[in-house]
Write a protein that binds this ligand. Structure first.
Ligand SMILES: [Zn+2]
Ligand SMILES: [Zn+2]
Length: 435
């Protein structure tokens, strides 16, 4: 933690640049709403006052509980991938009632708060009373928390709309489906003008390795590029007693699984941080049959954005060279997924100020660049912005893992997300634009 100062970048030795002489903005002295009053996801009552010091100026005394209810509703009804319209009309969106048309003069700066909506194709194993009611689908990446957090930020900002108009601050909320798929939903958002007129994009992502009430920040890349790789081998099958009369795809696939990552590690600069990991390997159906088709699929993750641009053709070249001695056919499908999320310095400053003002001087903790992928990275190739890691672990409690069916988050994180995002908007726009 940072003893009341500016957090250095953990593994790059950098510090983000905040002006220590800048007078505190009025909104930094007037937090948005009181945390507390909600329950954590194990049903325990959370301490009033929340994970940080108390904040004042609530839009509604019921606001924190309402945000937790939004998260529970989203958790209870998860959807994977892209939305599908229900028969008979439009799906009601949880945020319908808090919508509003912009009014007042043209904004000096417009911030966009982004949440991802989708769940994962995974069976929930939490046993929570509001666990997923959709078999085989659950929110195991915390996107329900992101959704409720951005909605909460929107409600809090709506409550101070007059101040936003007076200070010419524009805000838009972005709820994006299909973050977990490749290609992700960010492309559709951008194609439909979702970033038009946006000066800064902010988001949070759950991090079960840090305590609720804290946010992890760093300048520069905070996630990795992530692509999908699928290899399909075809050839002559036969009896396992006569492999010399076949092209033994299972053996050849074994070589692909072990040799392609090994060769890649010698063809790329180790500092690029490339790693190819297979998630599925499939070949054959019986112990004495050599199959005619075998396949594997996995993800290639790369820390360095420059190296990411040149790696696609290399994968295919390596696969072909590895299987060449066995005479099998190889089809490589390589799909570019997402670039690293590259956090902008000023956006990190805005998030950091809001977190330290609303949650306390120790609320910002350093974080490393992860090997995870996040399609927020596409947006940040177009507009500056940043993503904060949102602590979801109950202090002293179990450290959960994302993408696991037993993920449980401390629900106070919903209020923290709303506070930090709304506070970042209020502290990052001045009369002449973004500050
Ligand atoms: Zn995920
Ligand atoms: Zn996620």
């Amino acid at each position: 933690m940072y003893p009341g100062g500016r957090p250095p970048d953990a593994d790059r030795g950098e510090a983000f640049r905040d002006d220590p002489h800048r007078p505190p903005h009025p909104s930094r002295r007037r937090p948005l709403e009181p945390p507390g009053g909600s329950r954590d996801r194990r049903g325990g009552r959370t301490a009033r006052g929340g994970p940080g010091r108390p904040a004042a100026g609530a839009a509604s005394p019921r606001a924190p509980a309402a945000r937790a209810e939004l998260a529970r509703a989203a958790h209870h009804r998860p959807r994977h991938g892209r939305p599908h319209r229900r028969r008979g009309g439009r799906d009601p969106a949880p945020g319908d009632r808090c919508g509003g048309r912009p009014r007042g003069p043209r904004p000096a700066g417009t911030g966009r708060l982004r949440a991802d909506l989708d769940a994962l194709p995974l069976e929930e194993a939490t046993g929570l009373p509001f666990a997923s009611r959709t078999q085989g689908v659950c929110h195991a990446c915390g996107h329900d928390v992101h959704t409720a957090g951005v909605l909460g930020a929107g409600l809090a900002l709506k409550a101070v709309e007059d101040e936003l108009v007076r200070r010419r601050i524009g805000v838009r909320l972005l709820f994006q489906p299909a973050e977990e798929t490749i290609p992700g939903g960010a492309h559709a958002v951008m194609e439909h003008g979702g970033l038009d007129g946006v000066d800064r994009l902010l988001a949070v992502h759950c991090d079960p390795s840090i305590d609720v009430g804290t946010v992890g920040l760093r300048v520069g890349p905070i996630t990795a590029a992530s692509d999908s790789v699928h290899v399909a081998l075809t050839g002559r099958g036969g009896h396992t007693s006569r492999p010399h009369l076949t092209q033994d795809l299972t053996y050849a696939l074994g070589k692909v699984v072990t040799e392609v990552p090994a060769v890649l590690s010698r063809r790329l600069d180790p500092r690029d941080g490339a790693t190819l990991v297979w998630g599925m390997v499939r070949s054959g159906s019986a112990p004495n049959i050599i199959p005619t088709r075998a396949e594997c699929t996995g993800t290639l993750r790369i820390l360095d954005a420059e190296a990411w641009h040149s790696t696609g053709p290399l994968i295919e070249e390596i696969v072909r060279s590895v299987v060449a001695p066995y005479g099998v056919g190889a089809e490589v499908t390589y799909v570019k997924g997402v670039p690293p999320v590259d956090n902008d310095n000023d956006a990190v400053v805005a998030l950091s100020r809001a977190a330290m003002t609303l949650l306390g001087p120790h609320a910002v903790v350093p974080t490393k660049q992860s090997m995870g992928g996040e399609d927020l990275g596409w947006y940040l190739t177009q507009v500056p912005g940043a993503m904060a890691r949102l602590g979801t672990r109950t202090p002293g409690g179990q450290t959960h893992e994302l993408h696991q069916g037993d993920l449980v988050v401390d629900e106070r994180a919903v209020v923290v997300a709303a506070q930090v995002l709304a506070g970042s908007v209020l502290t990052s726009v001045g009369t002449d634009g973004l500050v």
